[in-house]
Design a binder for this molecule. Structure first.
Ligand SMILES: NC(=O)c1ccc[n+]([C@@H]2O[C@H](COP(=O)([O-])OP(=O)(O)OC[C@H]3O[C@@H](n4cnc5c(N)ncnc54)[C@H](OP(=O)(O)O)[C@@H]3O)[C@@H](O)[C@H]2O)c1
Ligand SMILES: [Zn+2]
Length: 376
């Protein structure tokens, strides 16, 4: 199911707090960083905060720069991004600035929360999502019903923690402010619980006045049929590898990676790599991993094209090599067409061997690009 791109944005103290416990909101970043946040807001379709932040901070969540608002309008977008909040209880103050500034607003809540919010006269579209609020349903609703393609999440900690732990965040923009809070009762950015995978990927650092912006992307593969944001990153990389294949008039150009459950890349490969005229991408990648590596059963193979089910040039097709390596999860962009073999069904071979294949069709065009000459 399609989701918006989810960008988490937060500022923390050196000791990892989002705020102190005083009545006023703690100012963590400076004017230059507020301007950067304004720019990010202007770039998104919607901004989401948890009801806790709404109650504590009473934020407006506007695009403050008139120039940026004018540019949005000139581009045919609403002047302000959609404002979104999420609440189980429906305990929302109808007088909060959130409802009375900016553009459209939507509240995702439970059935009981919706009754309460409506009784309170909340000036927003109130969407009940059943007995509890499921983040995947919320994101699908934003995508399908509200046309949201880029969502910025501005906290607080409860919301950020859930989105990271459920592998729904595409990016984290974290600002580190040079001050201490020192109060264990203050809210933290990330709370306890199960985090998937190991290290995130650092994609940028930037000094902005006396604060530092760090941008991270998660690296952990999804599980089973559930795709994670990192799945898209790795599949995109497989498509880039496919571009490196020596050209062929008789075989596909494919890229592949093997990635452990903690997001560590174990190997990569591409078709005809190293001058071998028949080697396939998955085969080239798997050949670089020690067959006894204990990470293989939890690993995911990313292949720009569905692994082959039959081939003339080798005794074992790639779907079999993957199963024999112990891998039980494959993510691909494109099912194999009948160009070289009839009724190719690598996913079927994988399923029969107990492995899941996830197809992300949004990468199909990229995977096909180096193979145009074969597709007629
Ligand atoms: N430094 C920063 O960048 C930054 C940014 C934002 C906020 N903050 C600070 O963070 C603090 C507030 O954060 P917080 O962690 O207490 O609260 P929060 O994450 O803003 O909101 C938590 C609330 O959101 C609702 N919620 C969360 N997950 C939900 C789900 N799956 N389904 C339905 N409702 C859900 C619940 O509302 P109900 O209780 O209504 O059910 C929950 O109590 C404030 O002190 C604020 O200043 C700092
Ligand atoms: Zn193959």
């Amino acid at each position: 199911m399609p989701h918006p791109y989810v960008l988490l944005s937060a500022a923390v103290s050196l000791d990892g707090y989002l705020d102190d416990t005083g009545p006023e909101r703690l100012v963590l970043s400076g004017p230059a960083d507020f301007d950067r946040v304004d720019e990010v807001r202007a770039s998104v379709d919607a901004i989401l905060i948890g009801a806790g932040t709404l109650r504590t901070d009473n934020p407006r969540l506007l695009v403050n720069s008139p120039g940026r608002r004018a540019a949005r309008v000139a581009a045919g977008r609403p002047e302000y991004p959609l404002k979104v909040t999420v609440s189980t209880s429906g305990d929302l103050d109808p007088g909060a600035l959130f409802w009375h500034t900016g553009g459209e607003k939507v509240v995702y809540t439970t059935d009981r929360g919706a009754e309460r919010a409506c009784e309170a006269g909340i000036a927003a579209d109130v969407v009940p999502l059943g007995p509890e609020v499921d983040w995947r349903r919320l994101l699908e609703h934003l995508h399908d019903e509200r046309g949201v393609r880029r969502l910025m999440v501005e906290g607080g900690g409860i919301v950020h923690t859930q989105l990271i732990q459920q592998q729904l965040a595409d990016e984290l923009q974290l600002v580190l402010a040079p001050l201490f809070v020192g109060d264990p009762g203050a809210p933290r950015l990330f709370g306890p619980g199960a985090y998937q995978g190991g290290r995130l990927r650092l994609v940028e650092t930037r000094a902005i006045g006396d604060v530092v912006l760090m941008r991270y992307e998660p690296t952990a593969p999804g599980s089973g049929r559930l795709a994670s944001p990192a799945d898209r990153h790795w599949l995109r990389m497989a498509c880039e590898l496919a571009e490196r294949c020596p050209p062929s008039a008789t075989a596909f150009s494919v890229g592949a990676l093997v990635v452990a459950a903690d997001g560590t890349e174990l190997a990569r490969g591409y078709s005809r790599e190293g001058g071998d005229p028949v080697v396939h991408a998955e085969e080239a990648a798997l050949a670089k991993v020690d067959g006894a590596d204990p990470r293989l059963p939890g690993a995911t193979v990313y292949s720009s094209l569905e692994p082959c089910a039959r081939r003339a040039s080798r005794p074992r097709p790639c779907a079999r090599l993957i199963l024999d390596a112990g891998v039980r999860r494959v993510v691909t962009a494109w099912r194999e067409p009948d160009t070289f073999v009839e009724a190719a069904d690598g996913a079927g071979v994988l399923a029969a061997g107990g492995a899941e294949t996830v197809v992300l069709p949004e990468y199909e065009e990229r995977a096909k690009a180096p193979n145009r000459h074969l597709l007629g």
